[in-house]
Design a protein around this ligand. Sequence first.
Ligand SMILES: Cc1cc2nc3c(=O)[nH]c(=O)nc-3n(C[C@H](O)[C@H](O)[C@H](O)COP(=O)(O)OP(=O)(O)OC[C@H]3O[C@@H](n4cnc5c(N)ncnc54)[C@H](O)[C@@H]3O)c2cc1C
Length: 459
Amino acid sequence: MASQADTVIIGGGVGGTALGALLASAGQRVILVEKNRIIGGRCASYTRDGFVVDVGVHLFGLGEKGPLGEVCRRAGEPEAISWVLARHPRVSVHFRGQTQAFTREMMSANVKKNELGNLARIMLQVMQMKEEELSRLWHTPLREWLAGFTADPSVHGLFAMLCGIYFCITPEVASAAEFIRTLREVMAARSSAYPRGGCGAIPRAFQRILEKHGGEARLGCPAEKILIEQGRARGVMAGGEVIEAGRVVSNADIKATIGGLAGAEHFPSDYVQRIQGLTWTAHVVALKVALDTKVTDQKMIMYLPDLSEEEMAKLQRQYLEGGSLPMVAGGMLNSPTNFDPDLAPPGRQLIFFGTRCERHQDWGKWGEIMMDALCQVFPGIEKHVLWTALDSPDTVERYAGEEGNVIGVGQTVDQIHERRPHHQTPVKDLFLCSAEAGGHGIGTELAASSALELAEKLL
Ligand SMILES: Cc1cc2nc3c(=O)[nH]c(=O)nc-3n(C[C@H](O)[C@H](O)[C@H](O)COP(=O)(O)OP(=O)(O)OC[C@H]3O[C@@H](n4cnc5c(N)ncnc54)[C@H](O)[C@@H]3O)c2cc1C
């Protein structure tokens, strides 16, 4: 006999599990099917030799105060995720052999002296802009908005870096309104954090809420087909079994959902064309290093590559405008065990290092480049390495599809606000919920806010 549910959710990423928690806690019968044996998609954690290791390299911009915390509050479990703030000790910067605490002055030190006034004007606008003005900037590229203040490359370079960290796209295509809103929220909340238990503790917390309210999460259970009859979604074929449901929500790759799981023949051709033409965000390669001793108390270190002025200007131009990136390590180093020591056996440490890369590169060479960078930050570290693992875009693709991009559908001027894919598809009772439909903010928070928006519509 077929299983029955009010809602069947395909995919146990942040968006899928968050929606599952929200619907189940509101009394709905929910079945979630996840193709992997581990819950969480890009935000999963796995164990290796007593260490808890994340897929990717995560920090959560708004922590408890953001949509991830809001899912827990709305589901009646405000304490379901235990957050550790990132700001004690404050982030450091490693540049040319020196590690120093990151200060606001340091940020402006990279901006030309005669541009500091413009930088201050931009920040004032970010903090004080009225909603009405903001709503006029949804489809204005961030770069164009900044150009209204200055053409100086040092100011544009600074915002290109922030835009890359938040959205993994360039200011040339990023929505100015989405950037301003997000930067303002992160600065006002001062609650960037990481969860105890690793990043996978977030989808696990949502899964627990779902199960507590009678829902079911089937792991290692790939959905093979969305069942559609007379223009209406009726259920899912998953793990060789039919699950009948009043509605189907997909948290899986949007292009695979429409073109493969549901079948393009069920949708108007312009809708299919639009979905298949969506653009993803950029790619990141992440090195994970397990150490037999603790080498730092620091939670986060920004690693800046040691390049000549000319090379740095070229790199900044690539970040600003796009174009093929050189294999140069530069990005965020973090130690999850300094947020939660229980992620490693006693006395041991984990260090993660993420840096932007192209989709297809020599991953062995990337591993060496990133390890060299780590040896500069922590001289002698190589004597303490138990093992290393490299998460390339291939790893992300295995976990979550979408050509291994970092976030999902890019928050570009043509894919934001009313131009973003809607939760509701043209097929009745078939919905989308992920970092690819609706939502706002950074990565996991984009996915969680997609779930909050959809839950509000459905309940
Ligand atoms: C290297 C890296 C660094 C990142 N850093 C950050 C960060 O610092 N902060 C931040 O907030 N975000 C960060 N992100 C982004 C963030 O992880 C993602 O944007 C977010 O987790 C996406 O959630 P989602 O709901 O779209 O689900 P996804 O992660 O896309 O998961 C989709 C799920 O659907 C499942 N699925 C697919 N097909 C099927 C099928 N047929 N049947 C069943 N299940 C299926 C997949 O297995 C997967 O579990 C990072 C990501 C990466 C890769």
